[in-house]
Design a protein around this ligand. Structure first.
Ligand code: HEC
Length: 145
């Protein structure tokens, strides 16, 4: 009895630690010099959810959850920048950025936030790997209604 309880407790930890997101295999499937759109076709929502842990220091993503250092991100995909969380105090830079958070804009933002919207206070160096960004974007897109 005791053993099985521990096994259930440990299983998710082991799976999480060993999870291979098939990065190289998926990169090959996307073809040479893949566009963001091509990467989105091989993106993995579950891998994106795991990678979102880096973001979770500053962002919640559950619908209606409170803001942290950064705004709640539920439903941000497809929205106008700086409007997703009504209670959050965005910088003027983000509020006045215009356009929408589509795949290309999010990809550029996650690669280098301050380059896309100078004056933002998202203190985040960026996600260098394009497939990691695609996984994150697929996850953001899945967390909306
Ligand atoms: C150190 C804290 C921090 C981390 C880590 C962080 N962010 Fe942010 N993020 C912010 C802040 C602060 C803002 C608001 C920026 C502003 O108002 O200029 C923001 C804004 C955003 C926005 C725009 C929201 C809107 O409503 O327009 C998106 C999208 C976003 N972050 C995604 C991410 C993702 C995805 C990650 C992880 C890969 C991440 N962020 C990591 C702090 C962070």
């Amino acid at each position: 009895m005791r053993i099985s309880v521990y096994a259930y407790l440990l299983l998710p930890l082991v799976l999480g630690a060993c999870s291979d997101d098939r990065h190289d295999e998926r990169m090959r499937a996307a073809g040479p010099n893949p566009s963001v759109e091509a990467l989105l076709k091989v993106a993995d929502v579950d891998a994106g959810a795991r990678k979102f842990r880096t973001c979770a220091a500053c962002h919640t993503i559950t619908q209606g959850a409170s803001d942290r250092g950064g705004p709640n991100l539920y439903g941000v995909f497809g929205k106008v920048p700086g409007q997703n969380s009504a209670r959050y105090g965005y910088t003027a830079a983000l509020r006045n950025a215009g356009g929408i958070w589509d795949v290309r804009r999010l990809d550029a933002w996650l690669a280098d936030p301050k380059k896309v919207i100078p004056g933002t206070n998202m203190q985040f160096a960026g996600v260098p790997d394009p497939l990691d960004r695609a996984d994150l974007i697929a996850y953001l897109r899945s967390q909306s209604n």
